[in-house]
Design a protein around this ligand. Structure first.
Ligand SMILES: [Zn+2]
Ligand SMILES: [Zn+2]
Length: 88
């Protein structure tokens, strides 16, 4: 793990760190430095990310809590992602 100078307490901003360790704003869809695609956020088991508004929804939500769009159907591969994103 690398120190990126993120201060705790600003998790609402949901900035993301690219593989190149450049810190991007949450609004960025790709890295400003290397143009790499945004890495998947680490979701808790069952959580899903709204494809249209980026809101993180709980498993119980069948539709996005924020924009009411349907939960994406590709939850099958989410299981593999969880293994890959095993907690530290
Ligand atoms: Zn990058
Ligand atoms: Zn949404």
């Amino acid at each position: 793990m690398s120190k990126l100078g993120i201060s705790h307490g600003c998790t609402n901003l949901r900035n993301f760190a690219c593989r190149c360790e450049f810190m991007n704003f949450s609004k960025n869809k790709s890295c400003l430095r290397c143009q790499g695609s945004r890495p998947k956020r680490e979701l808790l088991p069952g959580e899903w990310e709204c494809p249209s508004c980026d809101f993180m929804n709980f498993r119980k939500n069948a539709t996005c809590y924020k924009c009411r769009c349907d939960r994406p159907k590709d939850n099958g591969k989410e299981y593999e992602d969880q293994i890959w994103n095993s907690p530290r």
